[in-house]
Design a protein around this ligand. Structure first.
Ligand code: SF4
Length: 204
């Protein structure tokens, strides 16, 4: 069949409109189980998965993410359309979040990323080696060291006798994983210890 330039444009336009309508849910839904019928691969991938809401950990924008899991394993991630910050959209880094959990082997199959940290690692002062520790040890040690440093360096007044109530020997770094309310609480906690060196990748 000979296709003119005009009919080629018409057919292409109809095909694009049809697939857009299908994606936006305007087209009649076809049963995915019908033998030989059309199958939406994205539907299949997440149809038995549990959905959990999360916050993108990469930058301070704090976009909402939907994490799909099956048997404790992540099967997909996407932007959360109900989240007020991003309304479902993600930048290129957020769109690649799935690859924080998985990487691809030489056959192109997704396998858990061996570089992902799953344990507490501790490097003692002046040591070049990392040791694996448990969370109880880590949290207790952090609390003990914070208290010791504060007791040792807390300053009520500066050299001119002005009340300062500060401890400049401690610093606090916030996290893009935390929301506004959590960061507000961190700030209050820091101030209660007298910490003046407070920062965060998004300067919250
Ligand atoms: S999706 Fe992009 S813009 Fe949004 S928080 Fe993640 S890195 Fe930041």
């Amino acid at each position: 069949m000979k296709i003119s330039r005009r009919s080629f444009l018409w057919i292409s336009g109809a095909a694009i409109t049809g697939s857009l309508a299908l994606k936006l849910g305007c087209a009649p839904k076809q049963p995915t189980t019908e033998p030989g019928g059309p199958v939406d691969v994205e539907d299949l991938r997440i149809q038995y998965a549990e959905t959990t809401t999360a916050i993108c950990p990469i930058c301070g924008v704090g976009c909402g993410i939907l994490v799909y899991t099956e048997n404790g394993k992540i099967v997909a991630t996407e932007g959360d359309p109900d989240h007020p910050i991003n309304e479902g959209a993600l930048c290129s880094k957020g769109s690649a979040l799935f690859n924080m959990y998985y990487t691809y082997n030489e056959k192109g199959e997704a396998v858990p990323n061996p570089q992902r940290m799953t344990k507490v690692l501790y490097r003692a002062p002046k040591s070049k080696d990392w040791e694996v520790k448990d969370w109880d040890w880590a949290l207790t040690t952090i609390a003990e060291r914070v208290k010791k440093t504060r007791d040792e360096y807390f300053q009520e007044k500066n050299k001119d006798g002005v009340t300062v109530n500060r401890c400049t020997a401690l610093a606090w770094l916030g996290s893009a994983m935390c929301n506004n309310e959590e960061n507000y609480l961190f700030q209050k906690f820091c101030r209660s210890l007298g910490i003046t060196n407070v920062d965060h990748c998004a300067r919250l």
